[in-house]
Design a binder for this molecule. Structure first.
Ligand code: FE2
Ligand code: FE2
Length: 406
């Protein structure tokens, strides 16, 4: 198990590598090292997930929005310094073993003995027969929809502002006809090279229309532990070629479930936020029908035909891992929204968009603080008034101390 001193040490290196006032694309900081931070197991776990996220994001080509802040070349070389990157990579396998491997193991058990062809054939009818997405169904009954949807957009932005970059890592190489099918899905995700149709660019438009920054990684201080866990689970698959068949299972489940959940979101936005650019969701509700068929017919089944049912079991395990990861993240987000709503009803919280300017201290519901009256920003929702009120939030929630009390 990776200990707090190792996380604190790598946190120090990451902060130096990020430099003072880094642009979000090159911000590598994690929340470790403040006095007493490691006394709270939830904070330590959060910092470990942040470190893992930094390791994964370092594989992406990222550029800041502008050249401000000194020589761009010098900063680029520092951000992608191979010696410093290797320092974090040394911890990566240990972090994955601790944070992700238990979930993979549970998924393999859930998949044991299931045959891929039957599993794939049953998946789409099963997901289509589901009731509406629990979050949008709940929002329909809620007069305070905007802050909750804002938080959903922020928590999901960890992945979606660089959508399909994780799965792109599973496409390079040489592995026959399934590779070309995966590449065709990938170029859809990237809008066939038309920048305005790239899925992450469509996602940016939704964020802007909710008054949010559309800069990749701008909201990292407000990602809660559950959001990082989902991000890191997906990246664990695609950044390890040994997980190739789990990757296919991820795509099978994600493309199949996404066509359904994005339809719910497209309908919800049309009804309650008709002025918002909802093309991101409408596009997926359509194109993921095709992606599902491509994953099944051109990737998963041919791989099983070539390599046998052993790999079919691994593909089902990847799908079940994805089902569990999505379900956990979705249930957590709804629980945080509901906890926030209860705090508002009790006069212990107010809705407010997050302020990106100060990087206040991160706390969890179990942290405790010297100042019990501190105001705590919870994701995109708003301010919880006091540590005692935040203690009632579900495990995996993250708050950040807001500026001076007013
Ligand atoms: Fe997409
Ligand atoms: Fe897709």
């Amino acid at each position: 198990m990776i200990g707090a001193p190792q996380i604190e040490e790598i946190g120090g290196h990451l902060a130096v590598r990020a430099g003072a006032d880094p642009p979000p694309a090159w911000d590598l900081r994690i929340d470790a090292g403040e006095p007493g931070w490691d006394a709270d197991p939830a904070r330590l776990r959060h910092a470990k997930h942040q470190a893992l996220m930094r390791a994964y994001q370092a594989r992406y080509m990222l550029l800041p929005d502008d050249a401000g802040g000194g020589s761009i070349l010098r900063r680029l070389r520092r951000h992608y310094d191979p010696v410093e990157m290797a320092r974090l990579e040394v911890l990566r396998a240990g972090l994955e073993a601790e944070l992700i491997a238990p979930m993979v193991e549970a998924a393999r058990q859930a998949a044991a003995g299931r045959e891929l062809a039957a599993y794939a054939a049953a998946l789409l009818p099963e997901l289509r027969a589901r009731p509406e997405d629990a979050f949008t169904a709940w929002l329909r009954t809620n007069p305070q929809r905007e802050p909750h949807y804002r938080n959903f957009l922020i928590q999901s932005s960890a992945d979606l502002l660089a959508e399909a970059s994780a799965s792109a890592l599973g496409v390079v190489g040489e592995f026959g006809a399934p590779q070309s099918a995966l590449f065709r899905i990938l170029i859809d995700e990237f809008g066939y090279g038309a920048h305005g149709r790239k899925h992450s660019v469509l996602y940016r438009a939704v964020m802007r229309d909710f008054g949010l920054s559309d800069t990749y990684n701008a909201y990292w201080p407000f990602f809660d532990t559950a959001a990082l866990e989902l991000h890191n689970t997906i990246h664990h698959l695609f950044q390890n070629p040994r997980n190739f068949f789990l990757q296919v299972g991820f795509l099978l489940f994600a493309e199949t479930t996404y066509q359904r959940s994005t339809r719910d979101h497209a309908r919800y936005l049309r009804e309650f936020h008709p002025d918002v650019d909802a093309r991101y969701f409408a596009e997926h509700a359509h194109i993921d029908l095709h992606h599902t068929r491509m994953v099944i017919d051109e990737v998963a089944l041919p791989l099983v035909a070539t390599y046998g049912e052993e790999v079919g079991g691994e593909i089902v395990a990847g799908a079940e891992l994805t089902r569990a990861a999505f379900a956990r993240a979705g249930a957590h987000m709804l629980a945080v929204s509901q906890a926030f709503e209860a705090a508002v009803a009790a006069g212990l919280a107010i809705y407010a968009p997050p302020d990106l300017a100060p990087l206040g201290q991160a706390i969890t519901p179990t942290s405790g603080l010297e100042n019990p009256a501190a105001r705590i920003q919870v994701g995109g929702l708003g301010l919880v008034l006091g540590v005692a009120a935040f203690a009632a939030f579900p495990a995996g929630a993250l708050g950040r101390i807001a500026g001076a009390e007013t």
